[in-house]
Design a protein around this ligand. Structure first.
Ligand code: AMP
Length: 388
C-alpha cells in the first residue's frame, strides 16, 4: 500500500496530475474539494453547511472534513493506496490524516508538493474559471483562497518535512514533465515498500516450484507451510511425527502447529523486503491469521495470484509426481490425491473467492512449460515489486 498527497496552492495542477497517477498505481483518489462539491450538489446536510464557506474561499471546518474522508477511506479497502488532493490543508489536518491512516495500520508515504508562484496560480485559476462553472473561481475568491493557503496550508510542509516524506516539484514545467517527475518519485517510494504476495493454486498447479523460483528472482522470502512441516518430519521432531500421522490420513494440520512455525520463519527473516506465501492461507480462519501476522509487522497483502489449471492436468501431474522419488507422503495414492483436491475445493476456494471480492486476485494460466508459466507470473508481479 502506498499513500500519496498532492500538495500545492490552488491552481498548481493537482487535479490534472491525479488522473494518470490513480490509473497507473491503482490508487483511490480523494479530493476533499470534489467530495464537498458533490455533497453540495446532492443537497446533503454537510454540503449545505459548507456552501457559504466554499463560496467565500475559506476553509471548511474539520468536523465536516473528517466525516467525508473517513467514509471514503473505509469504503475502499481494495485500493492499492490513496491519493489525497486538497487534504491535509492545515497543520491540524496532518494529525487527522495520521490518525485515520494509523487505524488502517499505514501512513502517508509521500507528500508531492507542486511549487508554483502565486501570480501563475491566479492566472491559471482565472482561465479555469471561464469554463469550470465553479463558484469559487473568480478573482476576489481566488485571492482569498491564496491567503488561506499561505497562512493555514503552508505549515503542512513543515509537518512532513520533519517526517522526511516531503518532495518539492517544480510545478511550472510542462504537464508531461511534472507527470514524469511525480511518477519517478512514486516508483522510488514503491520500491521501498514491503511486499507480501500470496500464491494460490490447486495442489499440482506448480505453485511450490514457481513460488520458490519467484522468491529467488525477486529476492523475497519464500514462506511455504508445507515445506516447514516437511522439515519437521525430516528432522523427526515430536511435531514431525504428529504431522506425518495427519498427512497419512489426509487431514489438514491444525493452526496451533502452523502459526508458531510461520511466526518463527518471519522472525528469522526480518531483514528481507517481503514474502511469497504458498500454502497459507488454506482456510478462511487462516486468512485472518495471516492478516494478523502481517499487521504485527506493519504489513498487509500486496498482491494475490492464482495459478489456474484444469482438473485433468492437475491429476496427470500429481499422478506423475506420485511415481517419482520426491513424492510427498500425501500424494502416494489416488485416493489421497483426490482427497487433497477436494480439501482444496472445500476449504481454500472460498478463501480465494473472499480475496477476489476484497482485494482482487490476478489469475495466471498454469498450462505450459515451467519457464512459460514463470514468465507469466513474473510479468504480473513486476508491478507490485518494482512499481513499474
Ligand atoms: P479545492 O477543490 O481543493 O480547490 O477546494 C475547494 C474548496 O473546498 C476550498 O477552497 C475549501 O473551501 C474547501 N476545502 C477543500 N478541501 C478542504 C480541506 N481539506 N479543509 C478545509 N476546506 C477544504
Amino acid at each position: 500500500m502506498i499513500n500519496v498527497a498532492l500538495f500545492g496552492p490552488p491552481g498548481a495542477g493537482k487535479g490534472t496530475q491525479s488522473d494518470a497517477l490513480i490509473k497507473e498505481f491503482n490508487l483511490h483518489y480523494i479530493s476533499t474539494g470534489d467530495l464537498l462539491r458533490k455533497e453540495l450538489a446532492s443537497g446533503g446536510k454537510l454540503g449545505m453547511e459548507a456552501k457559504l464557506i466554499i463560496s467565500s474561499g475559506g476553509l471548511v471546518p474539520d468536523e465536516i472534513i473528517v466525516q467525508i474522508i473517513e467514509k471514503t477511506i473505509t469504503e475502499h479497502p481494495e485500493a492499492n493506496g490513496f491519493l489525497f488532493d486538497g487534504f491535509p490543508r492545515t497543520y491540524v489536518q496532518c494529525y487527522i490524516l495520521e490518525g485515520l491512516l494509523s487505524k488502517m495500520n499505514t501512513s502517508l508515504h509521500c507528500l508531492l508538493s507542486l511549487e508554483v508562484d502565486e501570480e501563475e496560480s491566479v492566472a491559471r485559476l482565472l482561465k479555469r474559471g471561464q469554463t469550470s462553472g465553479r463558484l469559487d473561481d473568480n478573482e476576489t475568491v481566488i485571492r482569498n483562497r491564496m491567503r488561506e493557503y499561505y497562512e493555514k496550508t503552508l505549515p503542512v510542509l513543515k509537518f512532513y518535512q520533519e517526517k522526511g516524506v516531503y518532495h518539492p516539484i517544480k510545478g511550472d514545467n510542462s504537464i508531461e514533465n511534472v507527470r514524469e517527475e511525480i511518477r519517478a518519485l512514486v516508483i522510488e517510494e514503491l520500491r521501498k515498500q514491503p511486499v507480501s504476495i500470496v500464491l494460490f493454486g490447486y495442489p499440482g498447479s506448480g505453485r511450490g516450484s514457481q513460488g520458490r523460483a519467484l522468491a529467488k528472482h525477486f529476492d523475497l522470502e519464500y514462506v511455504a507451510t508445507g515445506s516447514m512441516l516437511d522439515e519437521e518430519i525430516e528432522h523427526q521432531t515430536p511435531l514431525g511425527t504428529l504431522i506425518k500421522e495427519r498427512y497419512e490420513n489426509g487431514v489438514l494440520i491444525s493452526d496451533e502447529i502452523v502459526v508458531p512455525l510461520i511466526e518463527k520463519k518471519l522472525e528469522e527473516s526480518k531483514d528481507v523486503r517481503g514474502y511469497i506465501f504458498k500454502g497459507i492461507p488454506r482456510t478462511l480462519v487462516q486468512s485472518y491469521i495471516l492478516d494478523g501476522l502481517l499487521r504485527k509487522r506493519g504489513m498487509s497483502i500486496t498482491q494475490i495470484v492464482e495459478i489456474e489449471l484444469s482438473t485433468l492436468e492437475l491429476i496427470k501431474r500429481l499422478d506423475a509426481r506420485s511415481k517419482t522419488k520426491g513424492k510427498m507422503p500425501y500424494d502416494s495414492t489416488t485416493a489421497k490425491i483426490v482427497q487433497r483436491l477436494q480439501e482444496h475445493e472445500l476449504k481454500t476456494v472460498p478463501v480465494v473467492e473472499k480475496y477476489a471480492q476484497q482485494h482482487g486476485v490476478t489469475k495466471v494460466d498454469g498450462f505450459g512449460t515451467f519457464e512459460e508459466v514463470f514468465d507469466r507470473l513474473k510479468a504480473v508481479l513486476e508491478k507490485s515489486v518494482w512499481g513499474s
